[in-house]
Ligand binder design. Structure first.
Ligand code: GDP
Ligand code: MG
Length: 229
């Protein structure tokens, strides 16, 4: 993925005079697959999988794909009330962070937030809550991306073709419906009108190109102004 659409990414940033790199913050409940998603995007083990509950990893860590795109892995929510409170605070703090350009003007440090959902779970409450009470309070809706991981588990592993690591038609249909229903439910619970979420599987590196396409599609056209007052 380091070379995938590199020139598109580079030229978008130059054309719109954005600050480099573009910074994408990954958020989502523990176990949705944030670390696995990073590993799939980087095609190597850069983040530890399955250690969301380790207090050591509750900090936000950053990973540069290349000079133009950087990801930030926030540890997940859903590890208990006190941890959730700290996570929410960390995310808010990260979203309000600013950087200063060579003319001494201030801009938001994070350009985009990608909210990850677990496609294998029926409970989307944690993610919706996070969207509503944390993310949407600190960043404009156009800068929010929603993506569904664990596409392979959406029907509990049924209709996933393990030989080619792709969904069979039944599962594709199910996933398409699921992503439309997520779009609809987000609209009902937050008023937010997002694009239809992409679905992918970090574990089987399925649709990772489409995930990058989805991110590029949401690239901002201007630098982010943060109103801290
Ligand atoms: N079946 C399946 N399991 C996944 C996928 N992505 C992550 N997992 C598993 O889900 C668990 C949590 O993943 P992790 O990346 O640590 O989630 P995080 O807490 O959001 O960083 C691990 O056991 C992963 O192997 C996926 O696409 N499919
Ligand atoms: Mg993790």
């Amino acid at each position: 993925m380091k070379t995938y659409r590199f020139h598109d990414i580079q030229s978008h940033i130059n054309r719109h005079n954005l600050l480099t790199p573009l910074d994408v913050l990954l958020v989502g409940g523990t176990g949705t697959g944030k670390s696995s998603t990073l590993n799939a995007l980087f095609e190597s083990t850069i983040a530890k999988v399955g250690d969301g509950v380790d207090p050591e990893t509750q900090k936000i860590s950053d990973h540069s794909l290349h000079d133009y795109l950087r990801f930030h892995d926030s540890a997940g929510l859903g590890d208990g009330k006190e941890n959730d409170y700290n996570h929410s605070k960390n995310i808010t703090w990260e979203l309000l962070k600013i950087c200063i350009d060579d003319k001494n003007d201030e801009y938001g440090f994070i350009d985009l937030v990608m909210v990850l959902l677990d496609g294998g779970s029926r409970d989307l409450g944690t993610a919706f809550n996070l969207l509503e009470s944390v993310v949407l309070r600190s960043i404009e809706p156009q800068r929010i991306i929603v993506a569904i991981n664990q596409a392979d588990m959406a029907m509990k592993g049924r209709h996933w073709n393990y030989h080619v690591n792709k969904p069979e038609p039944e599962l594709i249909k199910f996933l398409d419906e699921k992503s439309l229903s997520v779009k609809k439910r987000i609209n009902e619970s937050t008023g937010l009108n997002i694009n239809k979420p992409i679905y992918y599987s970090a574990k089987f590196s399925y649709n990772i190109n489409a995930l990058v396409d989805h991110i590029i599609h949401h690239f901002p056209k201007n630098r982010r102004i943060v109103n801290n007052t």
